[in-house]
Design a protein around this ligand. Structure first.
Ligand SMILES: Cc1cc2nc3c(=O)[nH]c(=O)nc-3n(C[C@H](O)[C@H](O)[C@H](O)COP(=O)(O)OP(=O)(O)OC[C@H]3O[C@@H](n4cnc5c(N)ncnc54)[C@H](O)[C@@H]3O)c2cc1C
Ligand code: SF4
Length: 327
């Protein structure tokens, strides 16, 4: 680790002020819990002239329910708080399941929902010390010219590895964004793009202020499972969230989302085409085919890409069968 470099710390008290500060300092970074950002600064990956501390913006720290029952979770809500919030535990337990699997218990006291959703992508050749990366001539994502994972390509394949995004995606969550031009709301899936070096669609100055989970998603039964090298504390090699609805012996709704395999959290396309039948081996085979085709794990971790692909398929099958049985 490098010594902490010099930077100034800005303390906005509203989201508008934070957006203005960022627009005026494009190389500044938003600081939430700091559990990922500070590590990246100490590794020399991030060298911001300023950090904009979101901790003083009261509106970002609340969990509230709208008149129509939609749940709004502020970006600065910590994962510990999310895990203990009764309105989340009782209505959307899949969020608790996913949050409990993020990092270790001490991280979760500081780590926030916004930081988890805006987490930088990860790669074996990127999340390393300055001297390690320098001795490998850096890489395309940061200061270098070649991607060591796909040397003939011109894009970065670092993987998005946040645990909360897939759980929120299968619940149909929306992202609330504040920027210099005001507030906009988009489907959470649209917060991301398929580029490991620039995976967020936030424009300069924009920050994530909240996510909203529609009340209607309560009619789904949902779950999250991940596979990791160290069971106690580790990023997912592959993580899968499934939400489904059952009508008698038939599947009446299916959403599947993955993390750890692509440069963005992947909502599987075509899962709803499986509705109408029962969940048997044939349906699980068809689901596996969809997952197999859409996941793109690359050699960005020590674990073989094909293993991560196999794990993604196995988790999707297992979780779908389990949830259907309990729905
Ligand atoms: C040992 C270790 C293990 C970990 N394991 C896991 C794991 O298993 N699963 C997992 O998901 N994560 C893991 N993490 C990463 C991290 O702890 C979590 O993802 C955490 O939720 C990040 O939240 P934070 O508030 O600390 O974010 P920060 O570190 O403060 O920020 C992360 C990034 O998001 C940006 N950001 C923060 N808030 C906003 C906002 N509101 N709008 C726009 N941009 C914003 C920051 O500028 C920064 O780029 C691990 C970290 C460590 C050190
Ligand atoms: S995928 Fe390639 S460009 Fe991206 S971080 Fe890894 S080595 Fe660098």
């Amino acid at each position: 680790m490098e010594p902490l470099p010099q930077f100034s710390i800005l303390h906005p008290s509203t989201a508008d002020e934070a957006a203005r500060m960022r627009a005026e300092n494009p190389d500044a970074r938003f600081l939430a819990g700091g559990t990922d950002l500070m590590v990246n600064i100490r590794r020399g990956i991030e060298r911001p002239s300023a950090v904009i501390d979101l901790g003083g913006i009261a509106d970002l720290s609340s969990v509230s329910m709208a008149g129509n029952g939609d749940l709004r979770i502020g970006a600065s809500v910590t994962l510990d708080r999310l895990i203990e919030d009764e309105s989340i535990v009782s209505r959307f337990p899949v969020l608790v399941e996913a949050a409990k699997q993020v990092a270790g218990s001490t991280h979760r006291t500081m780590a926030t929902v916004g930081g988890n959703l805006c987490l930088d992508t990860r790669c074996l050749f990127y999340n390393q010390s300055e001297w390690w990366r320098q001795s490998n001539d850096y890489c395309l994502k940061h200061r270098g010219e070649v991607c060591h994972v796909a040397p003939t390509g011109k894009r970065c394949h670092a993987a998005f590895s946040g645990d909360l995004a897939p759980a929120l995606l299968v619940l149909g969550a929306e992202a609330e964004i504040v920027g210099p031009d005001g507030t906009r709301t988009i489907p959470l899936a649209d917060l991301y793009r398929d580029d490991g070096a620039d995976h967020l669609t936030l424009a300069n100055g924009e920050l994530l202020t909240a996510v909203t989970v529609p009340a209607a998603s309560q009619s789904f039964v949902a779950g999250y499972e991940k596979n990791r090298v160290r069971g106690g504390i580790d990023f997912p090699l592959a993580g899968v969230a499934v939400a489904l609805r059952r009508d008698g012996s038939s599947l009446a709704g299916l959403r599947v989302a993955l993390t750890g395999t692509n440069s963005f959290p992947l909502l599987i396309d075509g899962a709803d085409d499986l509705n109408g039948g029962t969940v048997d081996e044939a349906l699980l085979d068809a689901l596996q085919k969809l997952v197999m085709k859409q996941v793109q794990p690359m050699r960005s971790t020590l674990t073989a890409s094909n293993y991560r692909r196999t794990v993604a398929c196995a988790l999707a099958r297992r979780l779908t069968a389990r949830l259907f049985a309990q729905a």
